[in-house]
Design a protein around this ligand. Structure first.
Ligand code: SF4
Ligand code: MG
Length: 319
C-alpha cells in the first residue's frame, strides 16, 4: 500500500471530529472518500497532508503510513519536503492555491524548480507541456497570464498542473470541481483521472457525489459523522450497498430523465461535531434503526483498513 490510514483520531480543542478513520490506497489506485459536508472528509485530507496545525487540529490516535513512514509522527521539516514533491493537494477553490499577483505559468514553474531542481527554461517547457495535457488552449500564451484572466475551469486546470508538476506519487483532491459549472466538472474529473491513470499515480478523491465515485474511482470509503461507515470496491458497493447511509447516497445520484427538482436529499441533518449522537451516529436519520443502534457503536467488520460495513443490521431491518 502506498498510503494506509489506520484508526486515525483527530481533535480540535475539546471536539473529536475524526474517530477511528481508516482506509488504504494502493499504488495506481483511485480511492473515493464520499459523504455529505461535515462528515470529516476535508479534515481527513488535511491529516494526510500534515496540515492540521493550520486549523488548530492534531492527530491524537492512530497512524498515517505513507510508503512505510508514519506521517502522524513526522517532524514538520520532513513533511515540508514531502508535500509538493511526493504528495500534492488540490483544493476546492482554485484561488486558495493560486497567488493572484504571480503569472499562472510561473506558479507551475516554481513547483518543478523547487522540487525537481529544473532551471527556468526547462521548468517553463515542462509547465507548458502539462498545461497542454490539461487541455488548456494555447498553453504558451496562458503561461504568462494572471489567475484573474482565466475562467474558473482554466484556473482549476492550472492548479492540477501545479499538483502534477513535481511528479508526486499521491494526489489528494478535495472536491476539486465543486466550485465549477456542472458541465466543466465532469470534464475536469475525466482529465484528472486520465492523467493519474497514465502516470500510475494514486489519487484520493474527495467528493459528496456518488456519481463522481461511479465515474472515477476503483474503491470507496463512505464517511459519516467523522467515521468510515462502509468501505470496498466501487462496483461491489454499487451492486450491493450494505450501509443504509451508502444506500441513501446512491439514491441521491441524479439519473437521466429525472424531472428537474426531483433530486432527493437525505432526510434529517448531518450531526455537528460537538454533538455526535450516541451509538451509531446515523441512528437519528436511519430508516431501519433499532434500540441497539442508540446504545452501541457499530464497528466496521473488515478491520482497520479492510472492506466492510459498520452497521448492526447490514442485511436490513430485523423481522
Ligand atoms: Fe441504521 Fe442501526 Fe445500522 Fe446505524 S447501526 S446504520 S442506525 S441500522
Ligand atoms: Mg470539505
Amino acid at each position: 500500500m502506498l498510503l494506509s490510514v489506520e484508526r486515525l483520531s483527530v481533535s480540535i480543542g475539546p471536539a473529536r471530529p475524526l474517530d477511528d478513520v481508516g482506509f488504504a490506497l494502493a499504488p495506481g489506485e483511485i480511492l473515493g472518500i464520499v459523504g455529505e459536508s461535515g462528515a470529516g472528509k476535508s479534515l481527513t485530507a488535511m491529516a494526510v497532508m500534515g496540515l492540521l496545525p493550520l486549523i488548530g487540529g492534531r492527530i491524537d490516535g492512530g497512524a498515517v503510513w505513507f510508503d512505510g513512514v508514519d506521517l502522524a509522527r513526522l517532524p514538520e521539516e520532513d513533511y515540508r519536503r514531502l508535500r509538493g514533491r511526493r504528495m500534492a493537494l488540490i483544493m476546492q477553490n482554485p484561488m486558495t492555491s493560486l497567488d493572484p499577483i504571480t503569472r499562472v505559468g510561473e506558479q507551475i514553474d516554481q513547483v518543478s524548480r523547487l522540487h525537481m531542481g529544473l532551471d527556468r527554461i526547462a521548468a517553463r517547457a515542462r509547465s507548458i507541456e502539462l498545461m497542454g495535457q490539461l487541455k488548456i488552449p494555447e498553453p504558451a500564451a496562458v503561461h504568462d497570464l494572471y489567475p484573474h484572466q482565466l475562467s474558473g475551469g482554466m484556473k482549476q486546470r492550472a492548479v492540477i498542473a501545479m499538483a502534477l508538476a513535481a511528479d508526486p506519487e499521491l494526489i489528494v483532491a478535495d472536491e476539486p470541481t465543486t466550485a465549477l459549472d456542472v458541465t466543466v466538472q465532469a470534464q475536469i474529473i475525466q482529465l484528472l483521472v486520465e492523467l493519474v491513470r497514465d502516470r500510475g499515480l494514486s489519487l484520493m478523491l474527495i467528493t459528496h457525489d456518488m456519481g463522481v465515485v461511479a465515474q472515477a474511482c476503483d474503491r470507496v470509503a463512505v464517511m459519516y459523522g467523522g467515521r468510515v461507515v462502509e468501505r470496498g470496491p466501487v462496483q461491489a458497493i454499487f451492486a450491493q450497498p450494505r450501509h443504509p447511509y451508502t444506500k441513501a447516497l446512491i439514491g441521491c445520484i441524479p439519473r437521466a430523465g429525472m424531472a428537474p427538482g426531483a433530486l432527493k436529499g437525505i432526510p434529517g441533518t448531518v450531526p455537528s461535531v460537538s454533538r455526535y449522537p450516541s451509538g451509531c451516529r446515523f441512528h437519528p436519520r436511519c430508516p431501519q434503526a433499532q434500540p441497539l443502534c442508540q446504545e452501541t457503536v457499530p464497528v466496521l467488520d473488515g478491520g482497520p483498513t479492510g472492506d466492510g460495513v459498520a452497521c448492526h443490521f447490514p442485511n436490513g431491518p430485523r423481522p
